[in-house]
Design a protein around this ligand. Structure first.
Ligand code: F6R
Length: 245
């Protein structure tokens, strides 16, 4: 199995290490194509990347980014949108070129066409070099809920009821769309390198299933065991059910 597992004492240390990892890829290849995630998990890593930009001049000027997903029907400036999230937590604070940042356009009149366009843009950029992932409580990656086909591409997906509830609570939003545009499992697996982040007790069981359980569509993240280059960054609580040597 090619999954590397790195465990840190706490969320701050995990975030700093993950940021150093991403920064090393940016330094090695200034025109790197990054796949990015939203959600609470990578917030600390983004804050560290901003620090590295400010303190050490980490240069994003030639970096291209593609986010995993966006809610259907939300315009980019909607406070609940993932586009807005990325501007708040990363894009506005580093020297990324606006035209090189990409988030699926949730308010597209023709969402199916937007998904095709998104795949084409990823292809035109040369594919994703490093994809950052979080993991849902049900093992989803991006918004690929349990049952997602392993060869799926960017498409409109229906979110699991649990996902809507968890995300509504986190966003402190009364209403969240039940549909999203999400990179597919195949899109994610095409990335040359993958980094998965998880923290906290609540993720321990799904992390064990994803990394050390059988590869099954019931746990979408388990497919990562078949990827040749995956590094998992965990804090101690999220790693507590793993068998580590
Ligand atoms: C976010 C995404 C999701 C989240 C997952 C975990 O773009 O695609 O898969 O990574 O739902 O969310 P948090 O980090 O909030 O626990």
């Amino acid at each position: 199995m090619s999954v590397r597992i790195l465990v840190y004492d706490d969320y701050a240390k995990m975030s700093a290490a993950a940021a150093r990892h991403v920064a090393s890829r940016v330094n090695a290849r200034p025109g790197v194509v990054l796949g990015l995630a939203t959600g609470s998990t990578p917030v600390g890593m983004y804050a560290e990347l901003i620090e590295l930009h400010r303190r050490e001049g980490l240069d994003f000027s030639r970096v291209t980014t593609f986010n995993l997903d966006e809610y259907c029907g939300l315009d980019a400036d909607d406070p609940r949108s993932y586009d807005r999230f990325m501007w708040e937590h990363l894009f506005a604070h580093v020297n990324l070129e606006r035209t090189r940042t990409h988030v699926p356009y949730g308010a597209a009149r023709d969402p199916e066409a937007e998904c095709i366009r998104y795949e084409e843009m990823i292809r035109a950029a040369g594919g994703i070099d490093l994809q950052v992932l979080g993991i849902g409580m049900n093992g989803h990656i991006g918004f690929n809920e349990p049952g997602s086909a392993s060869n799926s591409r960017t498409r409109v997906v229906r979110l699991a009821e649990q996902t809507v509830q968890v995300n509504r609570a986190k966003a402190e939003a009364e209403e969240l769309p039940a549909f999203a545009l999400s990179m597919g499992m195949g899109t994610i697996m095409d990335a040359r390198e993958i980094v998965l982040l998880a923290n906290g007790d609540a993720k321990a069981d799904i992390i064990r299933q994803a990394i050390q359980g059988p590869v099954t569509p019931d746990v979408p993240a388990s497919i990562l065991q078949r990827h040749p280059d995956v590094t998992v960054f965990l804090d101690k609580p999220a790693a507590k059910l793993l068998e580590l040597d």
